[in-house]
Ligand binder design. Structure first.
Ligand code: KG4
Ligand code: ZN
Length: 335
């Protein structure tokens, strides 16, 4: 079955064509970074309008690249939450009405389930059960995955998500939006040992996270280093390196704990922060220490994309799930 996937929950328009026999046939992601950059963050109304503008052209490009027409489709999957409600509604209305006009089923997909299943799009597919570390701009969660739709939440962030912490720390340092990748690049040239960033909540039992303390530590360090309100380039690099290492260490400690606690030694990493090179390297070592393995999607499938929605939707359609013609989206939706 050929499934078209549409992702419009935030500031990326993602479109993909997934075949349940042949795998991912084509995918495109259009990023709205340039639209939002001058505001320092995502402006919801501008996001919705840009999704309207890019949805159909991207669908056309993907179908052409894969050598298929809309008539070949067996189903359509769209992100129905969580996310910005206006942005979600654009993808949902587009997907649902296209499916109706073609006489095929459509299904709404949970954005985080999409991230969670993204590693299944790669050649090297992890076996169930596995532990998933979901690290995006809106979520930081550890989940035990027994199978498709069988998810047990082991721990989550009590305040900021890891990606959000990256973005806020980057903003304090005057880095451009979105801050995560920019901060990570700067960190490569810094001395992580110069400042003693904390590893929040690692000294007590449990699998929850908290990243707001790191934000405060970053702010204080910036204030201490800045001369007349200006940070020297090397200070920026050292703060970035200290910050990144603290986040990565904290995530690695909790992943190790989750794997030990459950006896499951397969770990997958998903979500935008999963594109972070240091995190990928460190978690590989962590999994190997436990005689296990780590699996991650290629960086382009870690950040928001339509392929993960097409894959998750294909599983749900295969299981007979279909969304009603009355489109509904859920801005806040626990998985
Ligand atoms: O999953 P995603 O694309 O969108 C959400 O669903 O939130 O994640 C975006 C988040 C942003 O906070 C971004 O700064 C972060 O992922 N991010 C990174 C890197 N690439 C993206 N954070 C750290 N290092 C990176 N290389
Ligand atoms: Zn996401």
């Amino acid at each position: 079955m050929l499934v078209l996937g549409l992702e419009t929950s935030c500031d990326e328009t993602g479109v993909a064509l997934y075949d349940t026999e042949r795998g991912l046939l084509a995918h495109r992601v259009y990023s709205q970074i340039a639209v939002h950059a001058e505001y320092g963050g995502v402006v919801p109304e501008l996001a919705s309008r840009d999704h309207v503008r890019k949805g159909l052209p991207l669908i056309r490009e993907v179908m052409e690249e894969a050598g298929h027409t809309l008539q070949d489709l067996g189903g359509i999957a769209y992100t129905s939450g969580p996310g910005l409600v206006g942005a979600l509604l654009v993808g949902a209305c587009l997907g649902r009405s296209l499916a109706w006009s073609l006489g095929i089923p459509a299904v709404g997909v949970h954005h985080m389930e999409g991230h969670l299943l993204a590693p299944m799009l790669e050649d090297d597919v992890p076996e169930f059960p596995f532990i998933a570390l979901l690290v995006s701009g809106g979520h930081t969660q550890l989940v035990k995955v027994e199978g498709i739709g069988e998810y047990e939440l082991l721990g989550e962030s009590l305040d900021d998500a890891a990606g959000e912490a990256f973005d806020k720390a980057a903003k304090m340092m005057g880095l451009p939006y979105p801050g995560g990748p920019a901060l990570s690049k700067l960190a490569d040239e810094g001395d992580a040992g110069r400042f003693s960033f904390p590893r929040p909540m690692t000294d007590r039992p449990g699998l929850d996270f908290s990243f707001s303390g790191l934000k405060t530590f970053t702010r204080t360090t910036i204030l201490n280093c800045a001369v007349d309100g200006v940070l020297a380039e090397q200070d920026k690099k050292d703060i970035a390196a200290g910050f990144q290492t603290a986040v990565v260490d904290t995530l690695a400690i909790k992943c190790k704990r989750a794997m030990k606690q459950t006896g499951v030694n397969r770990l997958i990493i998903a979500g935008g922060v999963g594109a972070n090179r240091m995190l990928r390297e460190q978690l590989k070592v962590t999994a190997e220490q436990l005689k296990g393995r780590v699996y991650y999607p290629r960086p382009a499938l870690c950040t928001d994309n339509g392929a993960m929605i097409a894959y998750a939707g294909a599983q749900r359609l295969n299981a007979g799930e279909v969304s009603d013609i009355a489109v509904s989206c859920v801005p806040r939706w626990p998985m």
